[in-house]
Design a protein around this ligand. Sequence first.
Ligand code: ZN
Ligand code: ZN
Length: 367
Amino acid sequence: MSASSAAINQFPCVNCGANTVFGPGTGSMLCAHCGHAEPVEASPAPIVENDYKATLAQAGTAGPVAPTSNAGKEIQCKNCGARTMSSKQAERCAFCDSAMVVELPPEPMQLPQAVLPFEIKRDKAQELFVTWLSTRWFAPFKLVARAKREGLDGVYLPYWTYDSATVTDYRGERGDYYYVTVSYTDSNGKQQTKQERRTRWSNTSGTVNVDFDDVLICGSKSLPAKLVVDLEPWDLERLAAFNPKYLAGFMAERQAIELAEGFGLAQVRMEPRINEAIRRDIGGDEQRISSTDVDYRDITWKHILMPLWLSAFHYNAKVFRVTVNARTGEVSGERPYSAFKIIMFILMICAIIGGIVYLIMRAKQPQ
Ligand SMILES: [Zn+2]
Ligand SMILES: [Zn+2]
């Protein structure tokens, strides 16, 4: 089967014909029925970088576009809007725990060029999640107990990466320090002198070159921005060329951010490094940048998938999300606070303060 013929597909076991799924950390397709493990063959083709301007000129027709297979279902959440593909029927949205999911008619999807396959197994992720939650201050007891019981969803998040060789013309000012001697009258009425620092500003302009490789932009809008940032860093040097087998047994979210919108966000991510290069180029003791004109040359892009274990749960009518980076095991998330534990903590602090005050008062009493 070629990589471009299906997104989420079924892969029967060569031994017994039962359905197999990708085994995190094994690099193989595993059969739960007979235990057979079949290594996923490495793609001989290198990971493709697509030309950005050519893609825009073709208006989204670049890259291998294929319909999702019959086995791959795509659902959309009416609550948060996430569109996920999966070989299984899902009753709830993995991103917001809403039951309002509808199945979408089959629609072509642009296949990713590369993927970071799942490395952390579900059991391990579950263990990391429970440990994380139980070591949070004031986490509700009930929730820790529930986290031990409930499963996590394995989801691939869509990302864009952009490369560009930037050439920036700038105008600005360079500030150089110098010192002057000023006289003043001290508190005794005596004339004194002291050194004072001044800045001499001079106009300047120039050009800086900064090359960017794999500027990462998350193509999902289903997770809060903070959680997306917390998932980084990703080991991009270990990206594997896309093979639909890596998706078997997991969900994959469809890009919610378009290619051009993503490049706009990438420009924002590139800006601090360009400004830093300009400041170095200006030199002196202080710098002011008044205008910049960035030329983004040789722009290329890739669509890639990153693996994470996700728990979205309701607590007191609010939704909370916890993510486990399925490459590194790094846990981050939102969590509720237990009012009971906080009140108990405050009462304990009050009791300690009360005790100290009592001891002080008693010590001050005349014997
Ligand atoms: Zn089998
Ligand atoms: Zn949702």
